[in-house]
Design a protein around this ligand. Structure first.
Ligand SMILES: [Zn+2]
Length: 234
């Protein structure tokens, strides 16, 4: 029997829906070098490349569908009555939302948003952006940036994450490699506050000592029965 539950999801859960992760593709992400499309320096040096890349990525992942792991989270959120079930995701796609998940915190940003580098306002839209896009808030042109956290930038919503971790009693990691700071500290953080920790991954992860339990295998197969088990315990 647990109180609040926090689920941290990483690229692995999206990979099972056919969205490639750059770590799996020899350092390439959608055939681009990470340093060309995912660093803040690249944005300042060549914003056109960045806009084109994320416009294309948005199209490439538009038709991708959530998998049984995403839907199991929806079920848990509907049927679990002992506390809240929140999702912290490192993924910029919207598969959690497509599956009907609520309380989703996108710490690496999301593909349907841009941020104005002049006024800081966030615009949610599936439309393409370019260096010609005008901010609807401050009306300045050429300052829109995909609201994706690049290398060299801080993660989003860390205060909210900290609060969720400190109040959770069960921390579940799904499809996250444990290689990227600071998300790889969330499990030990939750544990510090008294949570049980469990991870679902295709392989054993780097920070596996932070987890009380490890389930190895595809999340789409392994996670739904686990949800069933939690719900039966209530
Ligand atoms: Zn603006």
């Amino acid at each position: 029997m647990y109180g609040n539950i926090v689920i941290l999801s990483g690229a692995g859960i999206s990979a099972e829906s056919g969205i490639p992760t750059f770590r799996d593709c020899n350092g390439l992400w959608n055939n681009h070098k990470v340093e060309d499309v995912a660093t803040i320096q690249a944005y300042y040096q060549n914003p056109k490349v960045i806009h084109n890349f994320y416009n294309q990525l948005r199209k490439d992942i538009e038709d991708k569908k959530p998998n049984p792991a995403h839907f199991a989270i929806t079920r848990l959120q509907h049927e679990y009555k002992n506390g809240t079930v929140s999702v912290i995701t490192q993924n910029v796609d919207l598969l959690h939302e497509k599956a009907g998940n609520v309380n989703v915190v996108h710490i690496h940003g999301q593909i349907d948003q841009s941020v104005c580098m002049n006024c800081g306002k966030i615009i949610t839209s599936l439309e393409d952006t370019s260096v010609e896009t005008v901010c609807p808030f401050c009306h300045i042109q050429g300052k829109m940036k995909p609201n994706i956290v690049f290398f060299g930038e801080n993660l989003l919503s860390l205060n909210q994450v900290q609060k969720l971790l400190s109040e959770c009693r069960l921390f579940i990691a799904i499809g996250t490699s444990g290689a990227v700071y600071p998300a790889n500290t969330f499990a030990s953080n939750a544990k510090y506050y008294g949570a049980d920790t469990i991870e679902f991954n295709l392989h054993e992860t780097i920070n596996h000592y932070d987890f009380d339990n490890h389930i190895v295998g595809p999340a789409g197969q392994m996670f739904p029965p686990y949800v069933e088990k939690i719900l039966k315990q209530i």
